[in-house]
Design a protein around this ligand. Structure first.
Ligand code: SF4
Length: 93
């Protein structure tokens, strides 16, 4: 049985292509903290739709996007592009 057949999800990304679990946990904590801090300070949490669309189109052209996940940070980009405090780890947006 191949690795693809073992994975129950059609859209999974091989673990070896993603950052380590520790790195992804740190990224999640950092990004979550920024989102909460921004909201507590009364700032807008989400970006406008055109900003999301622009970010998403950049990600879609990026070789580091695989099955909607960024291989740099491990994030699910359809979600990440929506937040005001999100940044591309490679500075593309
Ligand atoms: S966040 Fe940046 S590095 Fe990641 S997929 Fe999007 S453009 Fe590429």
């Amino acid at each position: 049985m191949s690795e693809e057949q073992i994975c129950p999800q059609e859209d999974c990304v091989p673990k070896e292509d993603l950052p380590s679990a520790m790195e992804m946990a740190k990224n999640l904590m950092r990004d979550g903290t920024k989102i909460i801090k921004n909201a507590v300070e009364g700032n807008k949490t989400l970006v406008e739709q055109f900003v999301r669309d622009n970010r998403w189109s950049i990600c879609n052209e990026c070789p580091r996007l695989q099955n909607d996940r960024c291989l740099e940070c491990g994030c699910f980009m359809k979600v990440k592009v929506a937040f005001q405090t999100s940044v591309c780890p490679l500075g593309k947006w």
